[in-house]
Design a protein around this ligand. Structure first.
Ligand code: FES
Length: 100
């Protein structure tokens, strides 16, 4: 697991784009739960830092609105597309991400 950011750096219902080992990782806090996912939408590469957080546990791409589950990366309406997600661990005020 690699250090990504402080918990206090990510507002609830908000996002923070970080670099972890040279990779752009988007941290998301949805209803108090932290998630980490890739920056680019798997559909056509829109930057997910502009995504909308409308529902707990999911993220909607800003370009065409595909909605991805933040835990699994699955897109119910378009199952051929999966957002890459990463395991997150919180230790005190520190967020760690597993890049595998
Ligand atoms: S680029 Fe994200 S839904 Fe099309």
């Amino acid at each position: 697991m690699k250090f990504a950011a402080k918990v206090s750096d990510v507002p609830d219902w908000g996002k923070k784009l970080v670099q972890v080992e040279g990779q752009s990782i988007l941290l998301v806090k949805s209803k108090g739960v932290l998630y980490a996912c890739e920056r680019e939408c798997p559909h056509q590469g829109a930057p997910m830092e502009g995504a909308l957080l409308k529902e707990a546990g999911s993220i909607s791409c800003p370009r065409h609105g595909y909605r991805f589950d933040l835990a699994s990366g699955a897109c119910k309406d378009h199952p051929e597309f999966t957002l890459r997600v990463y395991p997150v661990e919180v230790r005190g005020d520190d967020i760690y991400v597993g890049l595998g």
